[in-house]
Design a protein around this ligand. Structure first.
Ligand SMILES: Nc1ncnc2c1ncn2[C@@H]1O[C@H](COP(=O)(O)OP(=O)(O)OP(=O)(O)O)[C@@H](O)[C@H]1O
Ligand SMILES: [Mg+2]
Length: 311
């Protein structure tokens, strides 16, 4: 549904996006991840026709964004990073106006406006001036705008930024719901959210794609780490733990009542059992020993630090 090949964008001498290629299959929700300045917004702006690329190709629903820009744009709902909203307009009025721009007329226009206000929890502020809305509510207006006219492709640049925890949950639910009918490319820095919402991820760093695929693919590509977390009462000296066979790395931190060790272990080694034996030997009081799955966040940090940003 979204097809990107060798996309490059230079700002003067600086290459913000370098030879980026990826595909977003129809009906999937794909997380577009990367540290600040990685090139996410730049890529999204190019795909949505707000900016030209220096070179490369992209199609949306089969329409080339450079040769058939109107056809391509008609199929996209875009939530920009900072929404250019008209502050002196009321919420309902603004969405009505935007629906008109998107080619909706008469009762279809009113229906579309009311439906997106309902979906984005805006009905009760429909008469409020946009300029007087809080940041989170403005974000919702931007999302409602992207949904007008029910476009098959949604490109959402940090849809949950600025939202409160309840709204983050609601938005996540809404995105999952939208994912049943739409193809979605979304950027975010909230990685647990990606684990809960996305079918695939694309990680971009220094303008280049450094990893992509399903969460399982990513684990295979990066090799997953075996981690054991152990909590002890009181303060302990973790030095003997490093000598336990199978232990690759130990980090220690003080908790309110004791010590927590995070141990990276060799695969197929029963480090937890050896650790318990060591605790008995040293007279440490064990609170808890548990294996821990590596989170997407930990994996992300590992990928980003492995692939130093290309210069
Ligand atoms: N108009 C511009 N002129 C020059 N450089 C720019 C311009 N817009 C963006 N850049 C640079 O391009 C790089 C990529 O920026 P981009 O906004 O795409 O990053 P991002 O991945 O969206 O980051 P964030 O997570 O902070 O939103 C950055 O180094 C940025 O400073
Ligand atoms: Mg950005």
């Amino acid at each position: 549904m979204i097809h990107v090949r060798n996309l490059t964008k230079n700002y003067g001498d600086y290459a913000a996006v370098r030879d980026v290629s990826f595909d977003v299959p129809a009906g999937q929700i794909v997380g577009f991840l990367g540290p600040n300045g990685a090139g996410k917004t730049t890529t999204m702006r190019i795909l949505t026709g707000y900016m030209t690329a220096t070179s490369g190709q992209a199609t949306i629903a089969g329409f080339d964004i450079f040769w058939k820009p109107l056809e391509a744009r008609r199929r996209i709902g875009y939530l920009p990073e900072s929404c250019p909203l008209y502050h002196e307009m009321r919420v309902g009025e603004y969405l009505h106006f935007r629906a008109g721009i998107k080619g909706l007329h008469g009762s279809a226009r009113r229906k579309a406006r009311d439906s997106v206000m309902d979906r984005c929890w805006l009905t009760e502020v429909s008469r409020q001036l946009i300029g007087t809305l809080s940041k989170g509510f403005r974000q919702r207006v931007g999302l409602a705008d992207a949904l007008l006219g029910d476009p098959p492709v949604l490109i959402l640049d940090e849809p949950t930024s600025g939202l409160d925890p309840t709204q983050i949950r609601e938005t996540r639910r809404l995105i999952r719901e939208l994912g049943k009918k739409h193809t979605i490319l979304l950027s975010t820095h909230i990685l647990p959210e990606v684990e809960m919402t996305c079918d695939q991820v694309i990680i971009i760093h220094g303008g280049k794609v450094v990893a992509s695929g399903s969460l399982e693919d990513l684990a295979k590509q990066t090799g997953s780490q075996h981690v054991v977390v152990a909590e002890f009462e009181g303060s302990i000296d973790p030095a003997p733990v490093s000598a336990v066979p199978g232990v690759k790395e130990v980090t220690s931190e003080a908790t309110a009542t004791g010590t927590r060790l995070r141990i990276v272990a060799e695969p197929n080694e029963d480090v937890a059992a050896r650790l318990c034996a060591l605790a008995v030997e040293c007279g440490w009081k064990v609170r808890e020993v548990r294996p821990q799955q590596e989170t997407l966040e930990e994996r992300f940090v590992r990928i980003i630090s492995r692939d130093e940003a290309p210069v």
